[in-house]
Design a protein around this ligand. Structure first.
Ligand code: GDP
Length: 364
């Protein structure tokens, strides 16, 4: 169930399927239903839920993923009808973040978010899974159950809360260390450029293009909270740091917003922002405004922005022209073919803060 127009809902479902594939699933089929509001008992209306049961049986699916957030009772209700595991978009996204987190800080942040998600669902989850797995709580070992999932269901709320408090303290300490490092880069007066944009827009590919760094590029909705920072230089030999920030996804789980913000602080502390957009996406304007509205909420100022329309090799030229007219500082590039990259470097050179010029006044 999504609010908004039909096209919006379809984009959202398409992205959900891509997210599921990123998490390592094979997507078999889908159903959509237009309703005023989700059914309080089974999320989908009863008839639609029965239809879904038929699809599950016919396709041999072992999981149903809903494109919204389910209450514990909706989850249970729908599981009772379809007889397979039901997860929601939030659980799926948390799972992907858990798979991709590499740094200690990123891992701690995802774990905290998973506990936050789990806490209000403790009872509902335990009951429904124990019924399903024949009383064997903790048997779940698939999508949506990585990390502190069913296996830790026996932890009571108090223990989870104290674990969460410990994680928060650790995250705060790691953050202090990160800020100290950032300050030292700053003292060295190396200008910083941050790359932000929707997930799959081509941020890692662009980072590779600009630095030759060989960062992992995945043909998937790559979601990580760990910023990658590399050195690069302009054609006239000035050095700058380039930070690839977290990818944006639709309806980011509220449990991840805080973690996401702290990663995005790299953006508000940089001298220049490369806002990367996938020019071949059906709704690039929608993505641009979604990214901007999140950035606008950050503490601190949003730096000067260059909109980089990527994938010019495959994007519709009319869409590119439309975006070129709409944005003040904008360039179309292809991280794949290298088209436009030289021009982008020139633009970066123009926009980077000039080193302080010292003027010596000679007094005779
Ligand atoms: P990120 O999630 O924003 O870091 O995106 P990635 O750099 O991982 O790229 C996502 C996908 O888009 C990968 O399959 C890339 O190969 C593809 N991609 C990136 N840049 C281009 C481009 O300029 N042209 C085309 N055709 N594909 C691209």
């Amino acid at each position: 169930w999504t609010t908004g127009t039909g096209a919006d809902a379809e984009n959202s479902i398409r992205e959900l399927a891509a997210l599921a594939e990123t998490a390592g699933s094979q997507v078999l089929d889908g159903v959509m239903q237009r309703r005023q509001s989700p059914d309080p008992g089974t999320y989908l209306g009863r008839g639609k839920a029965d239809e879904l049961r038929g699809i599950v049986d016919a396709s041999g699916a072992d999981t149903v993923i809903c494109d919204g957030e389910l209450s514990p009772s909706q989850r249970r209700g729908l599981e009772d009808v379809v007889k397979v595991k039901v997860i929601d978009r939030t659980a799926l996204i948390l799972d992907i973040f858990a798979q991709h987190a590499k740094s200690k800080e990123g891992k701690a942040q995802v774990e905290l978010a998973q506990y936050e998600y789990l806490l209000p669902r403790l009872r509902g989850w335990g009951e429904s899974m124990s019924r399903q797995a024949g009383g064997q709580v903790g048997a779940g070992n698939g999508m949506g159950s990585r990390g502190p999932g069913e296996t830790k269901i026996e932890l009571d709320r108090r223990r989870i809360r104290s674990k969460m408090a410990k994680l928060r303290r650790e995250i705060a300490e790691m953050k202090t260390a990160r800020v100290t490092m950032r300050d030292s880069r700053r003292r060295n007066a190396v200008p910083s450029v941050a790359i932000a944009g929707y997930t799959n827009a081509g941020k890692s590919s662009l980072l590779n293009r600009l630095t030759g760094a060989g960062v992992l590029v995945e043909n998937a909705l790559f979601a990580t909270l760990d910023p990658t920072i590399r050195r690069a230089s302009t054609p006239d030999g000035r050095e700058f740091t380039l930070a690839d920030t977290v990818g944006f996804v639709r309806s980011l789980p509220t449990q991840l917003v805080e973690a996401f913000r702290s990663t995005l602080e790299e953006v508000s502390n940089s001298d220049l922002l490369l806002h990367v957009v996938d020019g071949s996406h059906p709704d690039p304007e929608g993505q641009i405004s979604a990214v901007r509205s999140v950035l606008a909420e950050l503490r601190g100022e949003v730096p000067q922005e260059i909109v980089v329309i990527n994938k010019s090799d495959v994007a519709d030229p009319e869409v590119i022209d439309r975006l070129l007219l709409r944005e003040p500082r904008v360039i179309a590039v292809s991280a794949h073919t290298g088209e436009g990259i030289d021009k982008l470097l020139d633009l970066i050179t123009d926009e980077l803060p000039r080193p302080d010029v010292t003027v010596e006044v000679l007094v005779p």
